[in-house]
Design a protein around this ligand. Structure first.
Ligand code: FUL
Length: 453
């Protein structure tokens, strides 16, 4: 097989409908809430008294308003964290809201959160920790039944779930044993009851972990990656021409989907990367922590949503059951900043001119504006139904002396690439022509959109 055929094979790997929907959701919230909120811990040990859980002013509509003010389009709730405490009155354990004073033991927080999302017009998702430090079954085969029973309750009683989050953490349970998780069973239950939900896990099937919790995407974040990394995803093609040993590959590596890796893979999968980060240091609320700066959050947005990743930003309700006022302010600032930076697409009346195009993937495209316009960002999307193609590109802008000046060098594009331009040490240019050089592409480039802001 020659290199061209191998690259066409890589390009034939495309997202499923649910993966495309997930990519289009782009930015959504994580909510970490549970007994840890009341013990001021990050990881509960599983023997917390249910009576400590009493968020007296709980108001999920307030959460949804705050989430929407940041421009987020969904919410994923920790229905159960590692401590095993369930935010819904599960039939299968006593360790839940039903034994807490909250709503007189009659409350169901999953139901309230799902309803608030539905009312507020955002999507609802679930996190159910496989690691459970409370369950007596943990470490035995019976635990997989227990987990599947809980999963079934969550998948069948709370309406549509857009995203399901499997935490990779696997520690010891109350009897000192570790559990072998039956992921095949868990995944088939989700497919059965919620076929449109994407499933996140370190190794796929639909969405993979970006490899850190600090909000950092790779320089080139490919969605087409070796099945050796995402071994829970559906293999779409392979073996690749140099198929060999990729057993070293791991999700904290800096390089996953480069040609240097994929040519050696036994098979390729489509699995997008998700950036998970909390608005503060902790995942749960701690009174003494402050939200990250607006700059840090906005940059993370640019380097996640704008770097071919999804962005799940965690917000943690307080012991009252409300989002902290400090976070409310920061979320709104973030939303305002995103709305003002990306408010008006200046390319709507632009002419797109193909200057040159070659079969080997290289091409030159001019974006010609009717008049000189101030531009800060160039935003591209590839048409992923045709596979992820672009390896590298450069941007030039015509300056005041009609010279083409380089203003950005990029790697892959994928679902979305936001390019903040830099020219003469400025982050804005007054121009009427932006030129895109596709310097390397796995096949002829197919863009879904070109926008200027
Ligand atoms: C990790 C967990 O251990 C943290 O507590 C948190 O839930 C984070 C999102 O995932 O693996």
């Amino acid at each position: 097989m020659n290199i061209k055929d191998a690259l066409s094979m890589a390009v034939s790997v495309t997202p499923s409908k649910r993966q495309q929907q997930w990519f289009d959701t782009e930015f959504y919230a994580f909510i970490h809430f549970g007994v840890n909120t009341f013990t001021n811990q990050e990881w509960g040990n599983g023997n917390e008294d249910e009576k400590i859980f009493n968020p007296e002013k709980l108001d999920c509509d307030q959460w949804v308003e705050a989430i929407k003010s940041a421009g987020m389009k969904g919410m994923v709730l920790t229905a159960k964290h590692h401590d095993g405490f369930c935010l819904w009155p599960s039939k299968y354990t006593e360790h839940s809201v039903k034994n807490s004073p909250w709503r007189g033991g009659k409350g169901d927080l999953v139901a309230e959160a799902a309803e608030a999302c539905r009312k507020g017009g955002i999507k609802f998702g679930i996190y159910l920790s496989p690691w459970d430090r409370n369950s007596q079954y943990y470490g035995t085969e019976e635990y997989n039944d227990y987990y599947c029973n809980q999963l079934t309750e969550l998948l069948t009683n709370y309406g549509p779930i857009f995203h399901f989050w499997f935490d990779g953490a696997c520690g010891e349970g109350p009897n000192g044993k570790k559990q072998v998780y039956d992921y095949d069973r868990y995944i088939s239950l989700i497919r059965k009851y919620q076929p449109d939900a994407t499933i996140f896990n370190d190794h796929g099937p639909d969405v993979r972990w970006c490899g850190n919790e600090s909000g950092t995407a790779r320089a080139a974040e490919w969605s087409v990656v070796p099945s050796e990394l995402c071994f829970r995803s559906e293999v779409q093609t392979g073996p690749m021409p140099l198929a060999g040993d990729l057993s070293f590959i791991c999700n904290s590596d800096n390089d996953l989907g480069s040609i240097g890796n994929i040519l050696y893979s036994k098979g390729l999968v489509f699995c997008g990367s998700e950036i998970d980060m909390s608005i503060r240091n902790g995942w749960f609320w701690h009174k003494n922590e402050e939200p990250h700066s607006l700059d840090r959050l906005f940059n993370t947005y640019i380097n996640s949503v704008g770097a071919n990743c999804g962005f799940i930003l965690n917000v943690s309700p307080t012991t009252d059951g409300l989002i902290d006022e400090r976070d409310i302010v920061r979320l709104k600032e973030l939303g305002d900043k995103i709305r003002s930076e990306f408010g008006e697409n200046k390319a709507v009346n632009a002419e797109i001119k193909i200057v040159s195009e070659s079969e080997n993937g290289q091409s030159v495209i001019d974006i010609v504006l009717p008049e000189k316009t101030k531009i800060k960002y160039v935003v591209f999307q590839e048409d992923l139904t045709k596979g992820q193609r672009v390896e590298s590109f450069r941007l030039y802008a015509k300056d005041n002396s009609d010279q083409m000046q380089d203003c950005y060098i990029g790697t892959c594009i994928g679902h979305k690439k936001i390019c903040p331009i830099h020219i003469y040490a400025q982050s804005e240019v007054n121009t009427d022509v932006i030129r895109l050089y596709i310097t390397a592409s796995r096949a002829k480039v197919v863009l879904r959109s070109i926008e200027l802001y």
